[in-house]
Write a protein that binds this ligand. Structure first.
Ligand SMILES: C[S@@+](CC[C@H](N)C(=O)[O-])C[C@H]1O[C@@H](n2cnc3c(N)ncnc32)[C@H](O)[C@@H]1O
Length: 241
């Protein structure tokens, strides 16, 4: 059942400890992710495949350039490359060591250290997975404005975040070492961030309900998108025309 938090309040916003440096986790990231999520999915690649499959199925506009903001060790990059084979794929992150891992595993993609004001050009698709809860709340509006500024006309920004209404998600986050700085966002906060950056919301759904071992129940997922109990949620936005 949903926790006692409500849509209108930030989640643990006062409780953010020092920011995690993902350089320290680039070697252990896969193992820690697997340890944290193995009860849900034995294969932690599942999460990357699942999200990119959703994006691919939903994307109707031409995609020539894709940015994964906060790509970490590049776990989603190969799936993005397969989903959008003709697109240039660019990954950025603040963790230089994670980007080295990503670049070794994905020689065809381009990786850049994330720096404010850097010129990367415009993207048709900006994909962001499990990053915003690591960005201190006061910095989030600036990051969202930066992303909005990188969006090509007709493009979309797709953000996946942990669902704070799901108690299992909260439990996973509270025990995962690299989530020690996590300040989860409710969908309302993410929607407000999109809107304050001048973007138009095009989708909000909950996802990751059915564990892969119950794959025969997967067809049910599309009927549950409204239910605030998925492991994560996905919000998309585009420029106002
Ligand atoms: C939980 S990992 C997710 C990595 C990847 N998106 C994935 O799905 O596997 C969070 C990533 O966000 C990055 N990150 C945190 N703050 C960031 C910021 N302000 N800008 C860009 N990346 C950031 C971290 O360095 C880390 O690599």
């Amino acid at each position: 059942m949903p926790s006692a938090t409500t849509e209108s309040q930030p989640v643990d916003a006062q409780a953010a400890p020092g920011k995690i440096d993902f350089d320290d986790y680039s070697a252990s990231y896969d193992t820690l992710l697997h340890e944290s999520t193995k009860l849900y999915a034995e294969d932690s690649e599942y999460f990357a495949r699942y999200k990119v499959d959703l994006i691919k199925e939903a994307t109707r506009h031409p995609v020539r350039r894709v940015l994964e903001y906060g790509c970490g060790t590049g776990r989603n990059i190969a799936y993005l490359q397969t989903a959008f084979p003709d697109a240039e794929i660019v990954g950025t992150d603040v963790s230089a060591v994670s980007l080295e891992v990503a670049a070794t595993a994905n020689p065809k993609a381009r990786f850049e250290i994330e720096r404010e004001g850097m010129a990367l050009g415009a993207f048709d698709l900006i994909f962001v997975a499990s990053v915003f809860h690591h960005i201190p709340p006061l910095e989030r509006p600036t990051v969202m404005r930066t992303l909005a500024g990188r969006l090509a006309p007709g493009g979309s920004i797709d953000i996946f975040e942990h669902n704070p209404f799901n108690p299992v998600t909260r439990r996973i986050v509270s025990t995962c070492p690299f989530d020690a700085d996590a300040v989860l966002l409710k969908p309302a906060e993410l929607r407000a961030l999109f809107q304050s950056a001048g973007l138009k919301l095009t989708r909000q759904v909950y996802c990751l309900f059915v564990p892969p071992k119950l794959s025969w129940l997967m067809p049910l997922e599309k009927h549950l998108r409204w239910l605030p109990l998925g492991g994560q949620y996905w919000i998309s936005a585009s420029q106002v025309r």
